[in-house]
Design a protein around this ligand. Structure first.
Ligand SMILES: [Mg+2]
Length: 112
């Protein structure tokens, strides 16, 4: 165990406080097109960590950036990300897997 506050509610509330602190709702920070661009930017930073061989701490920081943006996008678009997570996780657990180009892929595989 570690001492990190890891409940979904605590993380969502922290992101809400960040949105409130900078008034993202009224200053364009909750615009979904803008948020998608920011998430793509962070995904690129995650990719660079891997392709440029950066250390684990750098990768963790960039993943945290993306998670914070995802939590904030759920706030911006007013949906329950925890509910969506568990609904999707339940669906994923029912899917099959197969090897595709040397790597495992879990999908619906509509052709099978
Ligand atoms: Mg970043």
């Amino acid at each position: 165990m570690n001492d990190v506050k890891d409940s979904f509610a605590a993380m969502r509330d922290a992101v809400q406080r960040f949105h409130d602190k900078h008034d993202l709702k009224n200053l364009g920070g909750e615009d979904l097109v803008y948020r998608v661009a920011l998430m793509a930017e962070e995904l690129g930073e995650i990719s660079a960590c891997v392709t440029k061989g950066r250390d684990r701490e750098a990768l963790a920081e960039e993943c945290a950036d993306l998670l914070i943006l995802l939590l904030g996008t759920a706030i911006s678009a007013d949906f329950a990300l925890d509910r969506a997570f568990w609904d999707k996780m339940d669906a994923l657990m029912k899917r099959s897997s197969r090897m595709v180009a040397g790597r495992i892929r879990v999908s619906e595989f509509r052709d099978s």
